[in-house]
Design a protein around this ligand. Structure first.
Ligand code: ADP
Length: 178
């Protein structure tokens, strides 16, 4: 069985990521979409939330598994018996970082091949950071993320908006004498 892993932060998963999964499924027998736990990043969603969102978003794909890992990508690839690592290339700006990482991973594990896939042009400008920023400003991101992710984003930012609103009310009630 030709198995690959598709690692990423997926904070949150977008239609760009899903486009890459669809292409990978067409080429390989099994695709393990894996949430990388990066202690240096402060993600908006917890690892569990990101795994859940991926499971829901990718539930129609039979040959896709979702998991998470903490450590070296090549080690995880070996653990699950994958022959390669899928990465998405959106534009030239992705290239330098991806090229460096692919060569480093090849040095670490020569038998694991990095495979780059390009999404449909309509997703080349899409990334999770932009989605988080738009959602934090209450913009409609429903064209870029699946419905469950859209809902999760709305909830996240509703909460922080409510927190801000409650703090504001508390402050006002302290300032204005009764
Ligand atoms: P980002 O924060 O850059 O959106 P992730 O770490 O979640 O990214 O990305 C995981 C992989 O998916 C990377 O290889 C990244 O280049 C790729 N990717 C992210 N967004 C897209 C997109 N819109 N189209 C294609 N590939 C993408």
């Amino acid at each position: 069985m030709r198995k690959v892993i598709y690692p990423g932060t997926f904070d949150p998963v977008t239609y760009g990521h899903i486009d890459i999964v669809r292409r990978a499924v067409d080429l390989f027998d099994q695709v393990v979409v894996t949430v990388a736990i990066n202690p240096t990043k402060q993600p908006l969603f917890t690892t569990e939330e990101r795994v859940e969102m991926l499971k829901e978003s990718l539930k129609d794909f039979d040959r896709v598994i979702i998991d998470s890992f903490d450590g070296l990508t090549v080690e995880h690839a070996k653990q699950v018996g994958a022959i390669g690592i899928i990465r998405g290339l959106r534009q030239i700006s992705d290239f330098e970082f991806e090229f460096q990482m692919a060569l480093m991973n090849r040095k670490l594990a020569g038998d694991i091949t990095t495979i780059f896939l390009m999404p449909h042009e309509r997703y080349t400008y899409l990334n999770s950071t932009v989605i988080r920023n738009l959602a934090s400003l209450h913009a409609d991101v429903s064209n870029f993320v699946p419905p469950n992710v859209h809902e999760a984003l709305k909830k996240k930012f509703e909460k922080s908006w409510n927190k801000f609103f409650n703090a504001f009310i508390a402050l006002v009630s302290l300032i204005i004498p009764k």
